[in-house]
Design a protein around this ligand. Structure first.
Ligand code: GLA
Length: 387
């Protein structure tokens, strides 16, 4: 891939002198969904698929961007003196947002850049292609300009850009999982204080399979922000009765005891998901430590049910993929992953069941939804690197 992107860089920008190649992964969350903006736990991992990039420093303050995934858009130009989000700027709002965020955090970017990207994360799959681009750009800026930032700082700057430049009120999970990724490990992250541990994922005789719904994203982002504010209102109501910082501070029992403080039945459901999902995530990591993969799978299934019934972020496409997966013998667990409203599911599938899984789930999905789902057997990889 390094040679491919450097060659293309030369074609697009005239020559590849001074260009270096980099990579940042995508991510999948195994369990702990919509908990990261509620002070709860998440359990994601970085993937071996992600975003490749080639970049070099310019002598002026110009920015030139090219994506092999959107090659019909050609070279998109901008300037370090004009870092604002614009609809016409399309995908370049992600790299521009990170540059803007570095500047905001006090890291002055001394010169412009030529940047070419090529990602192999399926488009719109919910495997965090945007966070992958953000972390990649943060890493590139650090490498070229020697900014003293850790990978965790790069994650936080990426999230800051997403929130304040691109207007999506996301939590820290995606950028953190990508920036801090470790091969064959998932990250057990407490989003209340960013403490984390790595848990080895040794799947003997089973694999992680992603099923991509290919559902075009619609109102996803505004619904995302809506869920977030429902949780914030529920938290404020609970805080009148109990001293907590986030919904992640509550056990199931405490929630049941105090839920009467929440004045709206929909908000009770949203908060219940956040509380129970956080506890489920802790239980799931314990199950994994105890080598109880069957329990881990059951908790994945329960996570989906809660996202479907209480949080209401699944939809017929993701429900079909998951409910069909549950019918296949050899499926240990299956759930939607990421924000929802489309995107993909993650399933733990025994090696010998993978063919049956893709065939049966694929067939049922096509029959019910009217278009194809795509399946990917994925591996857990490291965080960003220079190639
Ligand atoms: C998106 C956001 C994350 C997280 C998930 C849901 O991926 O970017 O911060 O909230 O949705 O768990």
């Amino acid at each position: 891939m390094k040679d491919t992107i450097l060659k293309k860089f030369g074609e697009v920008f005239g020559d590849a002198e001074g260009a270096k190649a980099f990579f940042a992964p995508g991510r999948v969350n195994l369990i702990g969904e919509h908990t990261d903006y509620n002070g709860g736990h998440v359990f994601p991992c970085a993937l071996t698929i992600g975003t490749y990039g080639a970049a070099r420093v310019r002598k002026d303050r110009k920015l030139r961007f090219f994506s092999m995934n959107f090659d019909h858009l050609g070279v998109i130009e901008s300037s370090l003196d004009d870092l604002k989000a614009e609809k016409e700027a399309g995908w370049t709002n992600y790299p521009k947002g990170v540059m803007w965020a570095f500047e905001k955090k006090g890291f002055s970017i001394p010169s412009g850049m030529d940047i070419l990207l090529n990602g192999n994360i399926p488009n719109g799959s919910g495997l965090s292609s945007s966070a992958s681009v953000e972390v990649l750009i943060g890493y590139i800026l650090k490498e070229f300009f020697g900014f003293e930032v850790s990978n965790q700082d790069i994650a936080l700057i990426g999230q800051y850009a997403e929130n304040n430049f691109n207007g999506v009120n996301c939590g820290i999970m995606d950028q953190f999982a990508i920036a801090m990724g470790k091969k064959d490990h998932a990250i057990f992250l407490d989003t209340a204080d960013l403490s984390y541990t790595y848990a080895p994922i040794k799947l003997e005789g089973a694999k992680l399979v992603i099923a991509c719904s290919n559902k075009k994203r619609g109102l996803g982002d505004s619904k995302y922000n809506e869920r977030r504010s429902e949780c914030e209102t529920a938290l404020a109501e609970l805080q009148k009765e109990i001293d907590i910082k986030g919904l992640g501070d509550l056990t199931e029992d405490k929630f049941e005891q105090y839920k009467g403080a929440i004045k709206d039945p929909v908000r009770v459901k949203r908060a219940r998901h956040a509380v129970y999902e956080n506890q489920r995530t802790i239980k799931a990591v314990n199950a994994l430590k105890a080598d109880d993969i069957a329990l881990f799978g059951r908790l994945m299934n329960e996570s989906h049910v809660s996202l479907r019934d209480d949080y209401e972020v699944t939809g017929i496409e993701l429900d079909t993929l998951v409910e069909e997966a549950w019918k296949v013998e050899g499926v240990i667990g299956s759930r939607m992953t990421g924000a929802g409203f489309g995107g993909c599911t993650v399933s733990l599938v025994k090696d010998e069941a993978i063919d049956a899984f893709t065939e049966q789930v694929g067939k049922a999905y096509l029959a019910k939804i009217g278009y194809k789902a795509d399946f990917y057997v994925v591996e857990i990889g490291d965080g960003p690197c220079t190639l």
